[in-house]
Design a binder for this molecule. Structure first.
Ligand SMILES: Cc1ncc(COP(=O)(O)O)c(C=O)c1O
Length: 359
């Protein structure tokens, strides 16, 4: 699992979408490359998103696309990444990418980062001289914490690493740099034989997992740490809060002590990758009866029915890709681009996939 080559033998290679959206054009996966002296590689200067597109009877549907793209814009704003893209540009690009992929379901990864101007290179920490680059890639991603985890739950530990402090690296911005902290939490957990770690905030209250928000159920009440505990404002977290509202389950944002984890009736993670994953033990202490709890199952069921398009969502949560208009005109998604779609299969070597120039 931890080979030096980075080839982890227990991680399946995902099916990759062979085209990538880049600054307004579609390019081949193999052409989506950066210079090794790019600012982002040395100083962590990126912001990104993770979005799931679900298979439904009405074709692929992207879950809470606008909310994700709004968070993407917010993250960029925090890091003073000034660009001209709008939320509609990013939403349309994602829809078009999924359409071109031919996949029924996938994971979408927008990323905006400080690159390198090769004619006028700049290597200092000061990010301003470095140009911004934006890409959106996609691949087919299965269950993040394993297929069984959704039903059986996962064993986790409380990490020895704390989550970020609000005035060091803001957890509310989804920046690449934050994930060095996540990697410390994740690696420690894996090496100790756990599926995931839970980090405490700088005051010792429960914060979140390396890539998931957390919910703690006690006496029929669902509790989750507030944003002030250095958590990412998760889109799935928000979905769980709204689903609880619809189901009449009391939900409270409140500071949670570490010990409250051990005596909880149920605990679960939420996240785009992890979806709703029950936690069956923390630090080898059984949670509840050591199985997925009833309230967790209820919320999970509604969540999966909504994402499958089988149950109305509390809001316009699904963007049905095949029902969106193909944006025409000079933004690169016109007729010519659509023609090229047939040669841009995600799984075969594509022919000409570069779409008409956008700008
Ligand atoms: C640190 C962290 N917390 C929480 C989440 C869950 O957020 P969301 O539900 O928006 O995917 C993620 C995943 O993106 C994450 O990386």
């Amino acid at each position: 699992m931890f080979s030096r080559s980075g080839k982890a033998k227990d991680v399946a290679t995902p099916r990759i979408v062979d085209v990538v959206w880049h600054d307004g054009e579609f390019i081949k996966w193999n052409d989506a490359r950066v210079h090794v002296m790019s600012h982002v590689l040395h100083y962590g200067s990126s912001v990104f998103e993770g979005i799931r597109c679900y298979a439904t009877k009405r074709g692929p549907a992207i879950f809470r696309l606008r909310e994700h793209m709004q968070r993407f814009l917010n993250s960029a704003k925090v890091y003073r990444m000034d660009h001209d893209w709008t939320i509609d540009d990013f939403c349309n690009a994602s829809v078009e990418l999924v359409r071109r992929s031919g996949l029924e379901q996938c994971y979408i990864r927008p990323i905006l980062f400080r690159s390198l101007d090769e004619e006028h290179p700049a290597f200092g920490v000061n990010p301003f001289p470095n140009p911004l680059a934006c890409y959106i890639g996609a691949w087919d991603w299965g269950k993040y914490l394993g297929d069984e985890a959704i039903e059986q739950g996962v064993d986790v530990q409380v990490s020895t690493w704390n989550r970020l402090t609000p005035n060091s690296l803001p957890a509310m911005a989804k920046s690449g740099a934050n994930y060095m902290n996540s990697q410390l939490i994740k690696m420690e957990a894996l090496l100790n034989g756990f599926a995931e770690g839970i980090a405490l905030d700088d005051r010792g209250y429960v914060s979140e997992g390396s890539g998931e928000n957390i919910f703690v159920v006690s006496n029929g009440v669902v509790n989750t740490p507030p944003l002030s505990s250095s958590v990412l404002p998760g889109i799935t977290r928000d979905s769980v809060i709204q689903i609880c509202g619809e189901l009449g389950i009391t939900i409270k944002e409140r500071s949670i002590q570490r010990a409250a984890l051990y005596v909880a009736d149920e605990i679960f993670f939420s996240g785009t990758a992890a979806e709703i994953t029950p936690i069956r033990s923390v630090d080898r202490i059984k949670i509840g009866n050591g199985k997925r709890g009833e309230i967790t199952e209820q919320i999970q069921k509604v969540f999966f029915e909504i994402t499958a398009g089988e149950r109305p969502a509390p809001g316009p949560w699904l963007t049905y890709v095949r029902e969106q208009e193909t944006p025409a005109g000079n933004n690169g998604f016109g007729e010519k681009a659509a023609d090229e779609l047939s040669s841009a299969s995600p799984l075969e070597p594509a022919g000409t996939v570069r779409a008409a120039a956008l700008k």
